[in-house]
Ligand binder design. Structure first.
Ligand code: ADP
Ligand code: ASP
Ligand code: MG
Length: 250
């Protein structure tokens, strides 16, 4: 199977969590799967970077903010590839542009237009786990763009769509999608499955558990997306309509 797994900031916030994620993806690869890992910046890194930039220039040019913020995900990607390497498995990290992720030129909120999957396919064919820095791409001018806060989800779903992956899993710090934020409401109830439209409605009401454009891509391509806990790895919530399925029919 071709599996895309995305790890959010909290899920790789420190060395032990990063290693746990590396063990999971390496285990899947050793079972014979091809694995693409999309990573966010570690912990609160993006917020910290934004705060630092504000101390230098409150109205920094959007182009420069993108060049700067994309580094958070790049660091995670390099570290993840090294964590996988430490487990004895071949791996390569790619920035958004190395992964062929082409966007429009709207800095800070860029939209993925197309993905040139050649490099990723070559690296997978060479037997490597491919680690992709989330949240970023390259615009028609050749400049680095970012996809908007929470945009690593969209990197993962777009890669799963373009590469026709057999699984797309979003690992996060809660064990699925709930009717309300489970960190605020202790009586929130978890969905086993939620339709794209219902998920979009939750997002419009402020549920940032998935980036809105990730759900738009999933709906457009009809692929299910699983939201699950990076800490337990137990089955989470499938975001998708009943008729949505992976290219292998599951
Ligand atoms: P990540 O860093 O993994 O991308 P996010 O912080 O973007 O994680 O999203 C996960 C968070 O979304 C959870 O910690 C939770 O507090 C919040 N959240 C808000 N609404 C919901 C909801 N309806 N269901 C699940 N989580 C939700
Ligand atoms: N690191 C970025 C953010 O904090 C992107 C992401 O986490 O998906 O918004
Ligand atoms: Mg997120």
């Amino acid at each position: 199977m071709l599996i895309v797994q995305k790890y959010g900031g909290t899920s790789i916030a420190d060395g032990s969590r990063l290693r746990a994620a590396a063990r999971r993806v390496t285990g899947l690869a050793r079972q014979g799967n091809q694995v693409i890992v999309v990573v966010s910046a570690q912990g609160e890194m993006t917020d910290i970077l934004i705060e630092k930039a504000a101390q230098i220039n409150r109205r920094g040019a959007a182009r420069e903010m993108d060049a700067y913020l994309a580094a958070g995900e790049q660091m995670s990607a390099g570290l993840m590839a090294m964590a996988i390497g430490a487990l004895g498995y071949p791996s390569v990290s790619l920035t958004g542009w190395q992964a062929g992720i082409h966007t429009d030129g709207v800095h800070g909120n860029a939209r993925i237009l197309t993905i040139d999957c050649l490099r990723i396919r070559q690296e997978l064919a060479a037997g490597k786990i491919v680690v992709v820095a989330g949240f970023q791409g390259i615009d028609p001018e050749g400049d680095i763009t970012t996809l908007g806060r929470g945009g690593s989800d969209t990197t993962a779903v777009a890669l799963a769509a373009w590469l026709k992956a057999d699984r797309c899993q979003i690992f996060t710090d809660v064990d699925g999608v709930y009717d309300r934020d489970p960190r605020i409401y202790s009586d929130a109830t978890r969905f086993g499955r939620i339709s794209y439209d219902h998920m979009m409605a939750l997002i419009e009401n402020g549920a940032q558990v998935l980036h809105d454009r990730s759900v738009e891509f999933a709906r457009e391509y009809g692929i299910p997306v699983e939201v699950l806990s990076a800490f337990t790895g137990e089955p989470g919530t499938i975001v998708g309509d009943l008729e949505s399925s992976y290219p292998n029919g599951t």
